[in-house]
Every structure is written in structure tokens, then in C-alpha cells.
Design a protein around this ligand. Structure first.
Ligand code: 6PG
Length: 260
């Protein structure tokens, strides 16, 4: 697994703009090399802020939106119309404003959208099947080749819906149903860590002083059960994209300052 590279920007707005610019470059390169690209989106304030920044980015339409498959790292298991849905927030921030192909937007199942009486575990199994239907050899697993997988980072060091000391961290399936998330809502669908680690590049995005302890622990040898973010690594690249406040507890030699 790749060693993390940490880059800090002065504030959350600049961070979101920078991440969206990096995302344009990464996806355009992947499409030039492979003819298409797979991106995994995340929820949370910075995950959505990144999408909103991409929507207003001048480079936005350098991406061939018709050759992009959109996936999610996790989703709140609530009804499809619930404003809490990461998918709904991603549509409002970006996907409704660009010509993505609906068949290539792979939302995680919503509560009530699968067979009556099905539960969060059935939703997880359904998403694992969708991933397997689009499996690519380069992933070395029954999932697509994720060119870039975005993750927000919780103040407790969680990523996606993989929380410290949770049973989900031991799950070796591709996708897991989470029953008692400490971050509401309690039920969620999440990629497991082995699936996250199949991604070519994993980008962890964190802003604000509340994240500084988790960022420090994740990058200073904390274990995977205590700080899941510590093992969220891409096969070739792992980026920690943070603002100065979230980087405040890191040794300065570990952080590349993106601007004065
Ligand atoms: C979710 C997210 C979650 C989020 C982190 C950070 O569904 O809640 O996927 O993993 O990215 O909790 O969220 P904030 O950036 O809002 O702190």
C-alpha cells in the first residue's frame, strides 16, 4: 500500500477548490489512458463541498461525463427522498448539473427501495452484486477499477461508515450493512476496508480543528481498529488533503503547504 502524502491549504474553501481541480486532472488522465473512469464519492461536509467546487470549476467539462461511472463509499440507509442521502446531496451539488449517464450513477440502495421487508444487509449485498457486475481485472477483486476513491474523515477517525472498534472493520465482504452507526442515522451501507484498499488512489479530505486529533493519530501509527482512517490507502497513491486547522497537530515536516 502507498505511503500517505499530506498537503494542506489555508482554509476549507480553498481545500475544496483544490481537491476539485486535482479530481479533474485525475479523471481526465484516467479517461485518456483507459477510455473511461470510476470515481467513488463520499458524504459529509467536505465530500459535498468538493462536489460543489467541481460544479463551479472551469475545468469541469474537461471530464467526459458520458464515460464516468460514479459510485459511493457509503450511504445512509434512509428513504430515497430523505435529504440525508449522500446520493441526493451529490446530485444537488454536482450530478444534476453535469451530463452524467443515469445508468452510470450507481447509488447504494435506499430504505424501501429494495424488496419489501429487506434490510440494510440486503442493501449491502445488492450493492456488492452491482460492484461485481462491473468488476475489472485491474482491481484484483470483484469490484470496478476505482481510479480515485474520496473519503471524508470523522473526528473519531472513521472513514465511509467504518467506525472505530466496529464489527464492520473485520468484514471481508465487499460491502457491509452497518446497524448502529455512532454518527446518525444509525443504519448505513458501506464499502469495507478491503474494498477501499482496491482503489488505485485514495484521497482523504479533512478540514477544521475538530479533525486535527484524528488526522494526527491516523498519520502517526495508530492502529486500524482505533483509527480506521490510518489504513485507508490506495494501491498506488494515498493523499491526505487537509486545511491548516486539520493539520495543526502534524509535525511540520510531514505536511506540504500548498500555498503561503
Ligand atoms: C457520511 C460520510 C462520512 C463523512 C465523515 C466526515 O455518510 O457521513 O460518508 O464518512 O465523510 O463523517 O464528515 P464531515 O466532513 O461532515 O465531518
Amino acid at each position: 500500500m502507498s505511503r500517505p502524502v499530506v498537503t494542506a491549504w489555508p482554509d476549507p474553501h480553498g481545500l475544496a477548490d483544490a481537491v476539485s481541480g486535482l479530481l479533474v486532472t485525475r479523471l481526465v488522465t484516467a479517461q485518456a489512458d483507459r477510455g473511461h473512469a470510476n470515481v467513488v464519492l463520499t458524504g459529509g461536509s467536505m465530500g459535498i463541498a468538493t462536489l460543489a467546487a467541481l460544479a463551479r470549476s472551469p475545468g469541469r467539462d474537461s471530464i467526459d461525463w458520458s464515460a464516468l461511472d460514479v459510485w459511493w463509499g457509503d450511504e445512509r440507509f434512509v428513504p430515497v427522498e430523505d435529504p440525508d442521502r449522500n446520493e441526493r446531496q451529490a446530485h444537488e451539488a454536482l450530478l444534476d448539473h453535469v451530463p452524467v449517464q443515469p445508468s452510470r450513477v450507481h447509488a447504494m440502495p435506499a430504505r424501501g427501495a429494495i424488496a419489501a421487508g429487506e434490510d440494510v444487509h440486503a442493501a449491502a449485498a445488492a450493492y456488492a452484486a452491482e460492484l461485481a457486475r462491473h468488476a475489472e481485472l485491474e482491481a484484483h477483486a470483484p469490484v470496478p477499477h476505482f481510479d480515485v476513491l474520496l473519503l471524508g474523515v470523522g473526528p473519531d477517525g472513521h472513514v465511509a461508515s467504518l467506525f472505530p472498534h466496529s464489527p464492520s472493520l473485520y468484514d471481508t465482504r465487499a460491502v457491509v450493512g452497518v446497524e448502529s452507526s455512532p454518527k446518525p442515522p444509525p443504519q448505513r451501507v458501506s464499502l469495507t476496508m478491503p474494498t477501499i484498499q482496491t482503489a488505485d488512489e485514495v484521497w482523504l479530505i479533512a478540514a477544521g480543528e475538530a479533525k486535527a486529533p484524528a488526522v494526527h493519530l491516523a498519520l502517526s501509527g495508530a492502529g486500524p481498529l482505533a483509527v480506521p482512517a490510518s489504513v485507508a490507502r490506495g494501491r498506488t497513491v494515498t493523499r491526505w488533503l487537509v486545511d491548516r486547522a486539520a493539520a495543526a497537530e502534524l509535525p511540520s515536516e510531514l505536511v506540504r503547504a500548498a500555498s503561503p
